[in-house]
Design a protein around this ligand. Structure first.
Ligand code: B16
Ligand code: MG
Length: 217
């Protein structure tokens, strides 16, 4: 096939945002300020380090570099406690069906996530071996909205960026896809993701016809 697909992880394949929230909230609690689900929206698609910076801005806290490193480690330990309990039941609606269709149609797909825990999460839910490649927070130096993660994904598939379709739930991710010159599909709130080329609420809304049409473009 002449097209390739790149999937974001959190918010597209699984909902790990709820676990990030619980782990960040625990840190905020220990520092004595409130951290809400609304605040958590700001962290979606954003790197771990940047997430901590945003959290500290919310709490109006300044800390030392050493403390920062320690908080990043402890937050991830708390997060991993949730992640290591994940099962295939947590794969979001429409994902398995779409991957099956892509396999049948011979359309390549890779993961393009900011998470350094992406391989572990995919193993937990049994999807690790399905992707042609996993491009994640360990393989890139620049975070979304920089296009690096998606350009690397395209390279792994040997598909030109303009022939790649990206599924993303975060504003920074949609921007990254557009910066890469790709077709961006926003998964989630249409108003929030208005920069996307196409919008769906979840992957059950992507039909086979949709890809057949894309391939003829
Ligand atoms: P980690 P995605 C992102 O995943 C999350 O949306 C974001 O909230 C998180 O801070 C980031 O991964 C880094 O995750 O701490 O596991 O390295 O949406 O890019 O798949
Ligand atoms: Mg995401």
């Amino acid at each position: 096939s002449n097209i390739g697909v790149i999937f974001d992880l959190d918010g597209v394949i699984v909902d790990t945002a709820k676990y990030h929230f619980l782990a960040w909230k625990k840190l905020a609690d220990s520092l004595g300020f409130e951290f809400t689900e609304t605040h958590n929206e700001l962290l979606k698609g954003v790197s771990r380090v940047r997430s901590l910076e945003i959290l500290l801005e919310v709490g109006n806290k300044t800390i030392t570099e050493a403390q920062k490193q320690a908080f990043l480690v402890s937050k991830n330990e708390d997060y991993l406690e949730f992640i290591t309990k994940m099962t295939a039941d947590e794969i979001l609606p429409g994902v398995n069906k779409l991957l099956n269709y892509l396999d049948e149609a011979g359309i390549k797909y890779v993961l393009g996530s900011a998470s350094k825990n992406a391989p572990l999460i995919l193993k937990q839910v049994g999807l690790y071996n399905r992707f042609a490649a996993i491009v994640d927070g360990n393989s890139v130096t620049k975070a979304k909205p920089d296009p690096e993660v998606f350009l690397l994904g395209a390279e792994k598939m040997h598909i030109k960026p303009e022939h790649c379709v990206v599924f993303e739930d975060a504003i920074a991710g949609i921007e990254a896809a557009k910066n890469a010159g790709m077709f961006a599909i926003g998964v989630g709130d249409k108003k929030t993701l208005h920069k996307a080329d196409y919008n769906v609420n979840n992957l059950t809304e992507i039909s086979e016809r949709f890809f057949e049409t894309l391939m003829t473009l």
